[in-house]
Structure formats: C-alpha cells, structure tokens
Design a protein around this ligand. Sequence first.
Ligand code: UDP
Length: 331
Amino acid sequence: MRAVVIGGCGFIGSHLVDSLLKDGHSVLIVDNLSTGSLTNIQQHQENNNLEILKIDITIDKEALKDALVDAEFVFHLAALADIVPSVENPEKYFKANVVGTLNVLEAVKAHGKIKKFIYSASSSCYGLPENFPTKETDLISPMYPYALTKKMGEDLVLHWGELYKIPVISLRFFNVFGPRSRTKGTYGAVFGVFLAQKLAGKAFTVVGDGKQSRDFTFVTDVVDAIVMASKSKKENEVYNIGSGNHYSILRLVELLGGEIEFIPKRPGEPDCTFADISKIRKGIGWCPKVDFEKGIEIMLENIDNWASAPVWSSKDIERETKAWFEALKEK
Ligand code: UDP
C-alpha cells in the first residue's frame, strides 16, 4: 500500500510510520514539524520506502493535493493538542484542527482514489461523561477549544465521507501513552510531567485527590487499531479506542514510585474517562494487548527520553493553568 501519514513526525504518527514500514508499505509523511520532530523517525533515515514532505496543512493546499496524488490510504494525525493553550489561543486551534482537516479532505476529494481515510479524533468530545464505560453514542459535550476543534474535524470527516463518497473512519483516542510522547512546549500530558519529575527527583504534582482515573491506552495498541481500521471493510464509522479499563492517578504514582505534592483540581476535567470498546471489538476485531503495568514498564525502560523535558513545579502549573481556571470557574 502507498500510505500518507499526515502528522507522521508526531508521537502517535511516528509509531504508525514504524508499523507501516515494518509491514513493507511505502510511506509518505506530511508534517510541518511544529510539534513533531525528525528525531521521532530518525530510525528510518536509511529506509527508501519513506519520504518526508514539510507541508503546513493550514496553508499549502496545492502542495497537499500533490502529495496525496498516489495515496491509497491517508492517515490524518496532524493536530494541535493540549487544553490550556487552546483556551488561550482558540483561533490557532481552529486553524490547525478544523481548517487543516478541511484542506486535507479537499485534497483527498480532488483525486478520489482513496481506499481508506482514518481520522484521529479525541475522547475529549465526551466532556464530563455521565455513563461508564462511555459509548460512541453518548452525549457529545466538548469543554474547551481543543476538544471542540477535534470534534469539528470529526464532523467534517464524516460529512465529506457521506457526501463525497470517501471511505472514512474516525477513531476517538483515550489518553494515549508510550515512548516519544511529547515533552516540549506547554505543560502537557501527565506521563511527560511525571517522568520528568521522577528523573529530577521531584515530587509528582497530583491534581485533586488523585482518585480521578483515565483510560490510559498504549500507543502500539492505538497503532494496531488504526491499521486494522484502514484494512477493514467498514466505512463512515466512529470507534472508541481505549484500553478496556481505567486507572487512577494514585495508581500511576504507585507504579512509578515517588513522593506526591497535591495541587488544586482543575475545572472542566472529568473524574473518569473509560471507553466502551465493544463496537470496535465486534466490528473490526481489534482489542488492546498492552496492559497498564506493562506499558509503564516500557515507559520506565525509556525514561531517558524525558531527560531534557521541562520539570514542572506546582507554581509553574498554577501559572500555566490560570487562564483555564479563569475561563471555566463560573461553570
Ligand atoms: N494530572 C496530574 N498531575 C499533573 C498532570 C495531570 O495529576 O501534573 C492528572 C489530571 O488531573 C488528569 C490526568 O492526570 O486526571 C490526565 O491528565 P492529562 O493532562 O494527561 O490528560 P487529560 O486531562 O486530557 O485526560
């Protein structure tokens, strides 16, 4: 297969590229290298089956169309992540996650030969879920611009799929973790924060009472889901991608080992995320293989990845999350 991975230099994208190349496919990465990095794919620099184009999907529409001309499979994983900067700069998120997705879809539509288009959606579309495990049909209620723009991207994908007969699938990822998860930029996902704190011998900044839980899903399982969805006969479907379980932050701390510093609970954050994955189990036959404990073991084996990551203190976090608190405190 000839695959194009948009956002292939990012965390999940680069693991997908590993898997596609391992299976002997020809891969073109389209990335603007803003949050992704060539380091994530440096292991493939001698591989003739890999090509990389630096393209900004929000601007270079013609270059994007040219890049997709021979594509059989398109995986769209390019997006701006993180909650706090999306509250501070929603327009930037709208451009990257909505306009960017629109441009990708228009490029796919233009040549009309795609066998499958996979979109990386986010579990944040469920907001503060009421039902656990949460089903694809449960209430959609994004709580901040990141969540909203990823959902808008999904709506575009499904609409373009129906109207222009593009075989699309949207996968709603729940808290993906694994080696290469992003460490730079703003205060981000809990694993990056905690592993950097552990390396620096600092206490873990646990939010609230730490009893809140997340459906932490290991990145190679997410990649398997993406690949299986691309090969399946299903079209115009949405699937949750989760681990089949959920784990508290205190359990994470216990497994990582270290002291705790409690910091205030953040508004707009769910107490639990937990995906119902029965739809993809039945429909596509995917199920996760790496459990939480094993995933953490792999993270700790790769802890040097976080050696140059910023070490956040409770004061830094308080400063970073101020805009978010301000925006949501009335809710
Ligand atoms: N979290 C924490 N300390 C931190 C960062 C995050 O206890 O320094 C918690 C946070 O409250 C949430 C979980 O870790 O319950 C996952 O947070 P993350 O930002 O990774 O993902 P999201 O909130 O988007 O699920």
